[in-house]
Design a protein around this ligand. Structure first.
Ligand code: ZN
Length: 404
């Protein structure tokens, strides 16, 4: 019989990956993670353990079976919602719309519906990549790489961050040193040489701390205002696309000058020396690191007024007075207001059917498809709102919801 509750289990750390927390839990019993999965977590654990070990962490941290999260809740008392936020799936639709690569062909919608640095009406884009998901390689691409801070790795109670697996941050938000492949960051035996510690720039630290703030609090403090973490993820991914824009795509001289200024400040050739364009997710890690440096520099230069972020979301990075970039009504303002309201409302409307419905209507205002509407609805449910308060898209009802 499987015991219902573990007598020992360290609490999950802010931003920690599910696999990291389970590794630390298993080590409390001097067990390998595979043993914990196969012999203590029932059918769901054995289901995960069937995958070869190299993919364990990937499945655990990407989209583990719902049953496994329920069993982990029984064993530890950690709420299922908190466990889910230790996985990539727990961050849909904010980090990415969906994990399903067949439904995620929305590069243009995710990356180019808004803009930050450039006037997006003055950019000539190439064709959209297919089978694309933000931050993740294609479904049949190589596995993600867990990276770690060498200073954090000195302390076994420090876990590995979920987002350190993605090309979304360069440094440790606590120590400001470059994240390295986890195998290189750890001292493998007493007396082994110290792992290499490389500091990231102040600009990169500032950007990584914003990402960590968003992951741990749900909000990110920008020069102009505090925004929902979903806005931050979107803004960051847009800037990473913009610093990767071939100059020949830019029709406006000011945008070309902005791009050249950013890359000159990071002392690298424009676009890290690439000739052809490829989406950020398809670049190798060295080029992704260069893009992250350039994005951090772009945000710094914008906040200092050295460059003017002319895009629809550009004013969020600037301390300058508001410059109207669109005539009223501005959909960017409407969207930003909606997520600001989300921040304020979420905790107070869990039991309020009407407010829940109203929030869904607000957040789905730009969704033109049943799939997009349903993704937003599911995101609110994942964030704690009640499914029975949130109606399905008309015609997709699985049951008729009575009015309150
Ligand atoms: Zn660290």
């Amino acid at each position: 019989m499987i015991p219902p509750r573990w007598p020992l289990h360290p609490p999950p750390l802010p931003g920690e990956a599910l696999s990291s927390w389970l590794e630390r839990t298993a080590s409390a019993y001097d067990l390998p993670l595979t043993t914990l999965l196969e012999h203590n977590l029932g059918t769901a654990g054995r289901q995960v353990s069937k995958v070869k070990r190299a993919q364990h962490h990937d499945q655990l941290d990407t989209d583990p079976p719902a049953l496994l999260l329920e069993v982990l809740h029984e064993r530890s008392g950690v709420p299922v919602g908190q466990l889910r936020h230790m996985t990539i799936a727990g961050w849909t639709p904010w980090l990415l719309d969906t994990l399903d690569v067949e439904q995620a062909g929305t590069f243009n919608c995710f990356v180019r519906q808004d803009s930050v640095l450039f006037d997006h009406t003055m950019i000539a884009h190439g064709s959209d990549p297919v089978r694309w998901r933000p931050w993740l390689q294609s479904a049949d691409g190589a596995e993600r790489r867990q990276r770690a801070c060498p200073l954090c790795a000195e302390r076994p109670e420090h876990g590995l961050l979920l987002m350190a697996q993605l090309p979304i941050m360069l440094g440790c938000p606590e120590h400001g040193c470059l994240l390295q492949p986890a195998g290189l960051a750890v001292r493998h035996y007493p007396g082994a040489p110290d792992p290499e510690v490389t500091a990231v720039t102040e600009m990169v630290q500032a950007m990584d701390r914003r990402t960590h703030e968003g992951i741990t609090t749900g909000q990110v403090t920008l020069p102009r205002r505090t925004v929902h973490v979903g806005v931050w993820f979107r803004l960051l991914r847009i800037v990473l696309d913009e610093v990767n824009t071939p100059t020949s795509f830019l029709r406006h001289k000011a945008d070309k000058a902005t791009l050249e200024t950013i890359w000159a400040r990071v002392e690298r050739p424009v676009r890290a020396g690439q000739i052809r364009w490829a989406p950020y997710e398809a670049l190798d890690w060295d080029r992704q690191a260069a893009m992250l440096e350039a994005a951090a520099m772009a945000m710094h230069l914008s906040s200092q007024g050295i460059i003017w972020a002319r895009g629809t979301l550009g004013s969020l990075l600037s301390r300058e007075p508001d410059r109207p970039v669109r005539s009223d009504p501005d959909p960017t303002v409407a969207w930003t207001n909606a997520v600001r309201d989300f921040n304020a409302w979420l905790l107070t409307i869990v039991d309020d059917r009407d407010a829940s419905r109203q929030l869904l209507i607000q957040l789905s205002a730009t969704n033109r498809t049943p799939e997009g509407y349903e993704l937003t609805r599911q995101g609110l449910i994942n964030s704690g709102l009640r499914a029975e308060h949130l109606p399905h898209w008309p015609g997709m009802n699985v049951m008729v919801l009575p009015d309150a």
